[in-house]
Ligand binder design. Structure first.
Ligand code: AMP
Length: 430
């Protein structure tokens, strides 16, 4: 075994898989632009307090999963970002972006870090794409964000994903509900596990998230948040569902779906794939109007967003055979030298072709002509262009179509003319 291995929970992406990533990222960029979202990139690390405030000290992420370190002996602790929302909100507040325009529609494709136990679909370094709409969280804004996410899935050809949706109501609705839950779980106190007992003290809503089957059974008899909602929250939710229905987006209402953090309110949603096994969540999101205040803003900034795990999305696509037609970029032309002494000339020809926008390969390891031909076929080059004494003397080159075996002899300019069109088309496709 080689001496050095990738860190546990992190993985390498080799060219064939990188082509899949590039394809998915391309779809994300183009769908985001259809909806008028612009890309934001924030630093990979932030001050630790941002996540403590912005995700919540009682969550697993902040409690156990952050990679934090102190760069200077007396300096402030910093943390590799475990999610994007807090950093995006921090960036927008820091730049006071909402003063210049009331609405910001942002999206990202980013690497994240969580100290979780690695398993299938769960890594310590992973990636998400997501969107954050800041400055509005009306039902129309919520529907826009959900539509953008579902549009990406649809453009990728995914099927069978389940969109579950719920409303958490406003702060007062949840306060009423929290008390009801506290009463219910207190009556089952002896059957609760340690984590749930702790959550009962701090935030009983989070018990609903428990994966423990025993707790899930108790949860199944718990009061429903929906029964504690006021008319305003119900009306808001119905309007979101109306928009989704109108767009033909299939959803299931799941009254048990919650996001345990105080600043989440109203609509929350999650997307799962039955193709994924235990870690079946592909993405999720919701409204988080209260986050800005948590991060020091003097007012609530209406906000709604989602995040989708790209590794899990790719796993689902793989299972559904959606990458079958996808191959890494093959060269259009392989420049083949009949003898090594023509190498300088071949390099010049290759360079000219590339400057003309044509994907070109040329031998760099002094292969024999036969093995250059073998290599051209292996990398599935469409054409071979031969360089020999004759070609150099006359400036006329033999171009062979490696699929049909047809060949012609032409000047380099004429060859560029012929190859340019398909080359550009293929370039756009990839
Ligand atoms: P969250 O930010 O926890 O709501 O996660 C959003 C999505 O990111 C999940 O639905 C997963 O698809 C993905 N995700 C979260 N944690 C991990 C992880 N450790 N490894 C891979 N994907 C993850």
């Amino acid at each position: 075994m080689p001496q050095y291995q990738a860190v546990k929970g992190a993985r390498d992406i080799f060219p064939e898989e990188a082509a899949q990533w590039k394809y998915v990222e391309g779809v994300v960029h183009s769908v985001a632009s259809l909806y008028g979202f612009s890309e934001i990139r924030t630093p990979v690390f932030e001050y630790t307090e941002l996540f403590q405030r912005g995700i919540g000290a009682t969550t697993d992420i902040v409690g156990k999963e952050m990679f934090s370190f102190q760069p200077d002996p007396n300096g402030r602790s910093i943390t590799l970002r475990p999610e994007m929302t807090a950093g995006v909100m921090r960036a927008v507040l820091q730049k006071n972006l909402l003063a210049s325009a009331p609405l910001h529609k942002l999206y990202y494709i980013s690497e994240l870090f969580r100290k979780e136990r690695p398993q299938a679909g769960r890594q310590r370094q992973f990636s998400q794409f997501g969107a954050e709409l800041l400055g509005a969280s009306s039902p129309a804004a919520v529907a826009e964000v959900i539509s953008l996410m579902m549009h990406v899935f649809e453009s990728l050809g995914l099927h069978g994903l389940r969109l579950r949706i719920n409303t958490l109501g406003g702060t007062e609705d949840r306060m009423r509900y929290r008390e009801a839950l506290r009463g219910y779980f207190s009556n089952h106190h002896t059957s609760l596990d340690e984590a749930s007992k702790e959550r009962l003290e701090k935030n009983p809503l989070r018990i609903l998230d428990s994966k423990n089957p025993g707790i899930q059974e108790i949860v199944s008899g718990a009061p429903r948040l929906f029964d504690y909602l006021g008319v305003e929250a119900v009306g808001d939710f119905e309007k979101v569902l109306f928009y989704l229905g109108e767009r033909g987006i299939a959803f299931e209402i799941d009254y048990r779906l919650v996001r345990g953090l105080d600043y989440y309110s109203y609509t929350a949603f999650e997307v799962t794939s039955s193709e994924l096994g235990a870690q079946d969540a592909v993405g999720g999101g919701g409204r988080y109007d209260g986050l800005s205040r948590e991060l020091g803003s003097s007012s609530d900034i209406p906000a709604v967003g989602f995040a989708v795990g790209i590794e899990r999305l790719l796993m689902t696509m793989e299972k559904q055979g959606l990458f079958a037609a996808l191959t890494p970029d093959a060269p259009l032309v392989y420049v083949i030298l009949q003898q090594q002494e023509y190498s300088d000339h071949a390099m010049r020809v290759a360079y000219r072709l590339r400057k003309a926008g044509i994907r070109t390969e040329v031998d760099l390891v002094s292969r024999s002509m036969k093995s250059q031909m073998r290599e051209a076929n292996r990398v599935r080059s469409s054409y071979a262009l031969f360089i020999g004494e004759n070609e150099i003397g006359t400036g006329q080159y033999t171009l062979k179509n490696l699929v049909t075996s047809d060949q012609t002899t032409l000047s380099l300019d004429a060859i560029i003319e012929i190859l340019h069109e398909p080359a550009m088309k293929e370039y756009v496709k990839s």
